[in-house]
Design a protein around this ligand. Structure first.
Ligand code: 2BA
Length: 108
């Protein structure tokens, strides 16, 4: 068994979870925050049998889009201690995925 940890953008979550549950995959949704943009994203935990991993990945791929996000993340210091926001464009998504081996899966 594997545990798929997928970090996805909030906008993609409703359709992704619908698609996963329609295919009878169990999924847990956690609210998370990206360290770089410091804005909200969603982390999904999906436990699946090894042979289902590719199918789950294809569902994630079909639902998660890449987006260009412009953020006033950087500030440039000007003489006189003025700070000017410096827009930065980054590509976010479709999904950041980690796949872990599960030693044991217990339901009590
Ligand atoms: P954030 O950390 O908010 O990063 C958002 C996007 O900013 C990233 O998109 C990437 O395009 C850019 N970015 C991140 N760190 C950067 C840096 N040091 N310099 C320049 N640009 C940078 P994604 O790569 O699609 O990542 C989306 C979210 O996935 C991340 O949000 C973070 O929450 C998570 N993530 C990505 N890589 C991770 C990792 N190795 N471990 C844990 N979480 C990760």
């Amino acid at each position: 068994m594997k545990l798929i940890i997928a970090i996805v953008q909030d906008q993609d979550v409703p359709s992704l979870i619908d698609d996963l549950t329609e295919h009878e995959y169990g999924v847990t949704k956690l609210a998370s925050t990206g360290g770089f943009l410091k804005s909200g994203n969603t982390t999904l935990l999906i436990g699946v049998e090894d042979e289902k991993v590719d199918h789950v990945l294809s569902i994630i791929e079909a639902n998660c889009k890449t987006r260009d996000i412009t953020t006033p993340l950087l500030t440039v210091t000007m003489p006189g201690d003025a700070y000017i926001p410096y827009p930065l464009e980054v590509k976010v998504g479709g999904a950041t995925i980690f796949i872990l081996n599960v030693e044991k899966h217990i339901r009590l």
